[in-house]
Design a protein around this ligand. Structure first.
Ligand code: PHE
Length: 335
């Protein structure tokens, strides 16, 4: 047998061998081993090229063709297998990482304004439409603004009505928004037309209707020629705007050192229901007007203070004031 014939047989054997092996390759490592085995520099095909040296010159061209053919076949088999394997890997990855678009999404719950803030905003917008400005004052207040200027001298028994938290002898947490009346009038000449919403503090024991922290909205209108009739009109307008046209209001006598006369405001849904208290009000006391440098003979004014929690409780039928502050989501998310 000539060298060339031997070479042909060897090529056929390797050819069959590599095709069989190639078909069984299932991973990258095996594929690489295959490449080294057949196509590597010291691989089976590479070794065959050495035989060339032993061939007669006229046989070499033919042998070269055969060997190159084998190399091409091996390279093609290797590359096909590699592409197959990569495709399989990719498909496996795609299958594993598949996003199921039919699954429900992840919902982020949006927050919203607390009921008290909603009610406060609504009250503000009602009075803004009537031409009032919205102002604020400090929650840490001096005794002067909270009492003296409001015609409640030291030792006056009326101080007992406001169970006040004192910070020191002359500083306190305001128990009402009325001191803002003084601050505003000190800064402005009449006419004055403001409301002031804000937090108040009282040394009350907590129960269904008392909370040491609560909110009030104060109203103050000072101008020439105002009377209790104007106050009554404004309150009625407000009750109709906030609660609805079907609601009625009523004023009855009361006492506050900073108003004269003083009244209590009530409202009710219809003739059958009970009167519910909204807050205190009255014509600004002449002493208070004089305290801020106004001339009580020229201007008169009226003021009221209402509890914001109370208004929310009346409108939404909330029985316990503490629910506003305990942050129970079952309550908060209802509004
Ligand atoms: N400040 C009073 C209170 O908290 C309410 C009030 C305000 C009364 C304005 C009259 C005028 O009880």
């Amino acid at each position: 047998m000539t060298e060339l014939m031997k070479l042909r047989e060897e090529i056929d054997r390797i050819h069959a061998d590599l095709e069989r092996q190639c078909a069984g390759l299932t991973d990258r490592a095996a594929l690489e081993a295959f490449r080294v085995e057949f196509l590597g520099r010291k691989g089976q095909i590479g070794e065959l090229f050495r035989v060339m040296g032993r061939l007669a010159p006229d046989e070499r061209a033919e042998a070269g063709k055969l060997l190159n053919g084998l190399k091409t076949v091996a390279t093609a088999a290797f590359e096909d297998r590699r592409n197959d394997l990569e495709g399989t890997t990719l498909r496996a990855r795609l299958a594993a990482e598949k996003v199921d678009l039919t699954l429900p999404g992840v919902y982020h719950s949006l927050g919203h304004r607390h009921l008290l803030t909603q009610v406060q905003n609504e009250i503000e917008s009602i009075f803004l439409r009537m031409g009032f400005d919205v102002t604020t004052g400090p929650e840490i207040e001096s005794e002067y603004y909270n009492f003296e200027a409001l015609n409640i001298p030291a030792d006056h028994p009326a101080r007992d009505e406001w169970d006040t938290f004192y910070i020191d002898d002359t500083t306190l947490l305001r128990p009402q928004t009325s001191p803002v009346q003084i601050r505003v009038m000190e800064q402005t000449d009449p006419p004055v037309r403001i409301i002031c919403p804000g937090r108040c503090y009282r040394r009350d024991t907590q129960d269904a209707t008392h909370s040491p922290v609560f909110h009030q909205v104060e109203l103050l209108w000072v101008e020439e020629g105002l009377s209790l009739a104007n106050l009554k009109y404004i309150i009625e307008l407000f009750v109709h705007e906030f609660f609805g046209k079907g609601y009625q209001m009523r004023l009855s006598g009361d006492f506050f050192p900073f108003t004269e006369p003083s009244v209590q405001m009530h409202m009710r849904a219809d003739r059958a229901s009970d009167w519910l208290e909204l807050g205190g009000a009255g014509m600004v006391h002449p002493v208070v007007l004089a305290n801020v440098g106004y001339d009580p003979k020229k201007v008169t004014g009226f003021a009221f203070g209402m509890g914001i929690e109370r208004m929310a409780m009346l409108r939404y039928g909330i029985a316990d004031i503490r629910t506003f502050f305990t942050n129970d989501l079952r309550f908060i998310t209802q509004f």
